[in-house]
Design a protein around this ligand. Structure first.
Ligand code: FAD
Ligand code: SF4
Ligand code: SF4
Length: 478
């Protein structure tokens, strides 16, 4: 092993510098600064090049992490980029927004007592450097094929599949109901986690490589799914999950109680320069308001931090379990706390007060009970534990379910699971309709970007095989 590695014994873990909370809460720019090359090389050299790299085992893309860490430590950045991009269509995006503490870094086994290698930050550094030096090139297929594939959804699953299929020479058409490419990368996730020019750069690269985007194309609405199937040799559905889980109780219909994704989309669009009426008239704008966000996942964290940046008077996050049991990433909770968000743990809303418009939330204190069948501790309200919080804006961040696609697409033969996600053969990714495949959140339920990329890549391999097999069969039949 190169002398250069195994430096964890003398070099402490260092993440890229984080902008001070007082500064970063004034804008929507990313909060982490770039690694400088010497620090990135030093941090990569902390890797002990494990024989069985648990980091790689726990990366959904099985990225060859030890190899690109070693190349980075040796200053061979172009080769590091080649290795890292061989398994990941968007390493710079995963490096920024993967919950590394639960995936690669959380499973880094340097040695007890030493902190993990900063894998995500190095991955981001390598790909950003590759872009800066012009090493990232658009796809150039060796030959053009006549067959075409239609992809519904320009989120990470659809984009990863598009790139993999285009590489092989297929004619790739991506349809999205939005006016921009990226799915939740562009309109869901805020700029302070992922700046939008990073997403737009990928969009433009795919276009340069010959992927054709049809934006403002609502499949099942203006454009029928049946017509789409007739136009292409195969179709991939990668539409994500967008039906917001709702909250009931007295007063839940009052004005000023809004779904998280509407709120985040209005903020992202405004920051991209669009005029958003509901932002301008204050409906989806936290400025000068007492804000209460309900939920404990990553979407809730994005809402509280967005509200801080919009100039809310106060921002509280209401979550029915405690900090240790919340689903959101601890890194994001810490960032939110630093920025001035107040967490009200073990509390659930019971009712909303107000005359036409919400003015307060009545909540009740909860305690954790015995584990249920899934092993998770149940939560129970504490008797007489009611209290009230002032609120002019309440944001519901309780998760998402899939829309009813068989009905939306007019395809009753499209099979769904009991959770409403699309059922696919787990080896071929094909749905119950021949030649129609599915990938990403619409199959898994709300998940992660890195899993969407993995599914998009796997589905693309199956689609290519299916289309080729069909083409051979039709030539043989002639
Ligand atoms: P999506 O990204 O949802 O893309 C689906 C696309 O399909 C959209 O562009 C949509 O417009 C389009 N579409 C839907 N229906 C139609 C139709 N009928 N016709 C045409 N187009 C259609 N994951 C992480 O790993 N890290 C994070 O930090 C993180 N933060 C998140 C924050 C928020 C607020 C949210 C909501 C999610 C977050 N996630 C995060 C999860 C992650 O964004 C998703 O798992 C991922 O984007 C799923 O990718 P996808 O391609 O399956 O779907
Ligand atoms: Fe870690 Fe995500 Fe990169 Fe895999 S893709 S190495 S999980 S940051
Ligand atoms: Fe290197 Fe940690 Fe992966 Fe081992 S687990 S190869 S030390 S990054």
């Amino acid at each position: 092993m190169a002398e250069r590695m195994l430096q964890f014994v003398r070099l402490n873990q260092q993440t890229p510098d984080k902008r001070a909370a007082s500064v970063r809460k004034e804008d929507f720019d990313e909060i982490y600064q770039d690694f400088d090359p010497s620090r990135a090389e030093g941090q990569a050299s902390r890797c002990s090049q494990c024989g069985v790299p648990f980091c790689q085992v726990n990366c959904p893309l099985a990225n060859n992490i030890p190899d690109w860490l070693k190349l980075t430590a040796e200053g061979r950045l172009e080769e590091a980029y080649d290795v890292s991009s061989a398994t990941n269509n968007m390493p710079e995006i995963c490096g920024r927004i993967c919950p590394q503490d639960r995936l690669c870094e959380g499973n880094c086994v340097i040695e007890k007592g030493f902190e993990s290698v900063t894998i995500g930050a190095v991955e981001r550094f390598v790909t950003d450097t590759a872009f800066d030096n012009g090493w990232v090139k658009p796809v150039r297929p060796l030959r053009e094929l006549a067959q075409s594939v239609g992809i519904v959804g320009a989120g990470p699953a659809g984009l990863a599949a598009a790139e993999m299929l285009r590489k092989q020479g297929f004619q790739v058409h991506v349809y999205d109901r939005y006016d921009r490419v990226g799915g939740l990368l562009i309109y869901g996730i805020p700029g302070f986690k992922l700046e939008k020019d990073i997403v737009i750069r990928r969009w433009k690269l795919l276009e340069e490589g010959g992927v054709v985007f049809h934006l403002g194309a609502d499949i099942g609405g203006a454009l029928s799914f049946d017509d789409l199937r007739k136009q292409h040799d195969s179709v991939l559905i990668a539409t994500g999950v967008y039906k917001a889980r709702d909250i009931g109780g007295p007063g839940s219909g009052l004005a000023g109680i809004v779904p998280a994704l509407d709120y985040l989309t209005a903020s992202n669009r405004t920051n991209l320069g669009d005029t958003v009426a509901a932002y301008a008239d204050g409906t989806l704008n936290a400025a000068g308001k007492n804000v209460v966000v309900i939920g404990g996942g990553d979407t809730a964290m994005d809402c509280v931090r967005t509200a801080i940046r919009q100039g809310a008077t106060s921002v509280k996050c209401l979550y029915r379990r405690d900090k240790a049991n919340m689903p959101g990433s601890m890194r994001e909770v810490k960032n939110a706390e630093e920025e001035g968000v107040e967490f009200v743990w073990l509390s659930a809303p019971e009712a909303f007060h107000g005359e036409g418009r919400v003015s307060a939330v009545r909540a009740v204190r909860m305690h954790l009970g015995l584990p249920d069948a899934s092993g998770r501790q149940s939560v129970e309200p504490i008797e007489n534990g009611q209290f009230t919080i002032d609120a002019d804006l309440v944001i519901k961040a309780l998760g998402f379910d899939p829309e009813d696609l068989p009905t939306a697409f007019g395809e009753t033969a499209l099979k769904v699971s009991r959770w409403g996600t699309l059922s696919v053969d787990n080896k071929t990714f094909m749905t119950s309709l021949p030649g129609v495949f599915a990938a990403g959140d619409i199959v898994r339920g709300a998940s992660l970007v890195v899993w969407a990329i993995r599914d998009g890549r796997d589905a693309a391999a199956q689609i290519a095989e299916y289309v080729r097999r069909n083409a051979t069969a039709s030539v043989a039949a002639e």
